[in-house]
Ligand binder design. Structure first.
Ligand code: ADP
Length: 354
């Protein structure tokens, strides 16, 4: 797996969200993630239905000796989109080049990558909904018919060169499928959504990671960490690391249920996996906006966070957990959200009629 173009700001931004998910450093975080990334369908936990479909697509492509159709994965960050692209490359027996849309700002960035591809290779573009129009237009003929249209010369002497490309597979990943332009979305043969993981699956992720890092952990402790990981393997892995540090410094390194609880409390992660940012968000809406609805930009400004980070990182889990609701007029805290924060549901009557 090679990372051929990168954008540290983008990575940093993708990783920002409270102390719990904030990496020690971007480099450290990337190395850590790469060490524990599953490489096969067998070691890739959960997403069972999706894996079965993909296995069939991979087998069929191999039997036909053809590259796989272009694929689009969508879902919140940390659910395993990049990992899955790597698994597919491994199963196809081809190389993968990894980049992200914000790193493809200039036409020559995307042209350079496309021209460097070898037959059958996989090109993975993260946050593909952020591609600019010019890059998208360069991609269309490349995806559809495997060629590049290049113009040379100026005004009257302008010529279009058609450069053939080897057949490749584009795997796009996005946290927002709705933000993708129609023509780009239509060029993906297969579109899949990744789901949040169940507590049992996350407990397997926790145990697998602990095993790789030689960390001793009891089943009960793994379940505790899993339950507070917001359905997300990336968070489960980071918590394993943070709790293990705590167990090593304060005890003998082994993670037991009590030590896990103690460490998670110190990290201020509650029993629903919410951290300070999540709780501040809900509290803000309840206390300052009477439970909502309130617009995302207002929330972001009041919290001093980036609106996109809130939308991409905080919100999906709060919505899926039923603590927050999205309405045409903005975000509202649900009765469950009030209860979780220990507030009385004062405007329940009102919310039932909205
Ligand atoms: P995304 O691309 O969706 O943001 P990644 O693929 O980078 O997420 O996954 C984040 C981390 O979570 C990786 O380090 C990987 O090890 C772990 N991970 C993701 N999905 C799985 C899975 N299904 N099984 C085990 N670990 C996983």
């Amino acid at each position: 797996m090679s990372i051929i173009a990168d954008d540290n700001d983008f990575k940093a931004e993708k990783n920002i969200k409270s102390d719990m998910v904030k990496p020690e450093s971007i480099e450290f975080d990337r190395n850590f993630e790469n060490t524990i990334r599953p490489k096969s369908f067998e070691s890739y936990i959960g997403q069972t239905a999706l894996k079965e479909t993909l296995k069939i697509s991979v087998e069929a492509a191999k039997k036909r000796s053809q590259p796989l159709d272009h694929l689009l994965f969508y879902g919140p960050p940390g659910l395993g989109k990049t990992t899955l692209a790597g698994v597919i490359a491994e199963q196809m027996g081809v190389d993968i080049k990894i980049t992200s849309a914000p790193a493809l700002e200039r036409p020559r960035d995307i042209i350079g990558i496309l021209m460097s591809l070898k037959g059958g290779e996989i090109l993975f573009i993260d946050e593909i909904h952020r591609l600019n129009k010019i890059a998208e237009e360069i991609l269309y003929p490349a995806m559809e018919d495997f060629y590049l249209d290049m113009t040379t010369g100026k005004s009257q002497t302008v010529k279009t060169l058609r450069i053939p490309l080897p057949k490749f597979t584009l795997i796009g990943a996005t946290t927002k499928a709705g933000a993708l332009s129609g023509p780009l979305r239509d060029r993906f043969g297969i579109i899949h959504r990744l789901e949040f993981y169940g507590a049992d699956e996350l407990a397997q992720v926790v145990k697998r990671t602990a095993g790789i890092l030689n960390i001793e952990i009891t089943d009960e402790a793994a379940n505790r960490i899993a339950k507070r990981s917001r359905g997300t393997p990336r968070i489960a892995n980071r918590l394993v690391k943070r709790v293990s540090d705590y167990a090593l410094v304060k005890y003998d390194g082994k993670i037991t249920k009590d030590i896990a609880d103690e460490a998670l409390d110190i990290l201020k992660i509650d029993n629903w996996g919410l951290d300070n940012t999540d709780r501040s968000l809900l509290k803000l809406i309840i206390e300052k906006y009477d439970g909502g609805p309130v617009g995302i930009e207002t929330i972001a400004a009041a919290l001093g966070e980036d609106a996109r980070t809130i939308e991409d990182v905080c919100e999906p889990y709060l919505l899926q957990a039923g603590l927050l609701q999205r309405t045409p007029r903005g975000r509202k805290v649900s009765p469950a959200g009030y209860k979780h924060l220990g507030f009385k549901v004062q405007n329940l009557q009102q919310s039932l009629f909205e």
